[in-house]
Design a binder for this molecule. Structure first.
Ligand code: IPE
Ligand code: IPE
Ligand code: MG
Length: 234
């Protein structure tokens, strides 16, 4: 038996290209991508994962056309409402990573309520990275640290483990595996601190075409990886 990752992060990319390839508008790709997200959440829960972080919308994605942004936000609202029964049945807990203060107020409220409604569920946790940026999370963390400590009196005392307390979800273990679709070989500001030693798996498929079997293949291949964390095993 090979090791199952406890925490998987997914950079769900390629919705726009998927749509363009079919002569459709970009938003059609987001609609189709939502279906993939639902299938993958189910597959991850069945595979026995403890945490799944989905990169839904980055702090840089506000640069896009206003109608595309509005469409994505409407999909998020639909997802949060429509999946509540599924979370209940599967005891899935919803969490948020990112800056809630920078989200439209109705989305922030919807998200807060979904987190609240599912907070006692002890199955898999799905972390929605929404208005999330790794650099933004670190900067917000530094602000929290300074606010709590009243300034850098003794900067030498700040250790990595201390700083972790100021991240969005300090209790989560680091991601073991980060999957990215659409063939792009970059982090795009995803889990910069937490992903320091994550294994990467890149699929050439656009996110709407990504299947449960692709997900399972990534998990299986992860089991073959040798993680050294800078050490030397042989
Ligand atoms: C990922 O697909 C979804 C979001 C970033 C919100 P894209 O919309 O980035 O699709 P491409 O990369 O343009 O194909
Ligand atoms: C990363 O994809 C963000 C999400 C998947 C939400 P992007 O499409 O924004 O990344 P870049 O611009 O190709 O780096
Ligand atoms: Mg993209």
């Amino acid at each position: 038996m090979s090791a199952i990752p406890a925490h998987v992060g997914i950079i769900m990319d390629g919705n726009g290209r998927w749509a363009r390839q079919r002569g459709q508008i970009r938003t059609q790709g987001h609609l189709e991508g939502l279906k993939t997200a639902k299938r993958v959440v189910k597959a991850a829960s069945e595979a026995g994962l403890s945490y799944l972080t989905l990169y839904v919308f980055s702090t840089e994605n506000w640069k896009r056309a206003a109608d595309e942004v509005a469409f994505i936000m409407a999909l998020v609202r639909q997802y949060l409402r429509g999946e509540l029964d599924f979370y209940r049945e599967n005891r899935i807990r919803i969490r948020h990573a990112g800056d809630a203060g920078g989200l439209p107020v109705d989305i922030a409220k919807e998200l807060r309520e979904a987190c609240e409604d599912t907070r006692d569920f002890t199955g898999m946790q799905v972390i929605l990275a929404l208005n999330y940026g790794g650099r933004d999370e670190i900067i917000r963390g530094i602000r929290k640290l300074l606010a709590e400590r009243g300034g850098p009196d003794s900067p030498g005392e700040i250790r990595e483990a201390d700083f972790r307390r100021y991240l969005d979800n300090p209790d989560l273990p680091d991601p073991d595996l980060i999957i990215r679709t659409a063939g792009e070989m970059r982090t795009s500001n995803f889990l910069l601190w937490e992903g320091a030693y994550a294994e990467y798996w890149v699929s050439e498929k656009f996110w709407p075409d990504f299947t449960e079997d692709d997900f399972k293949a990534a998990i299986a291949q992860f089991g073959q990886r040798e993680r050294r964390y800078g050490g030397a095993n042989s």
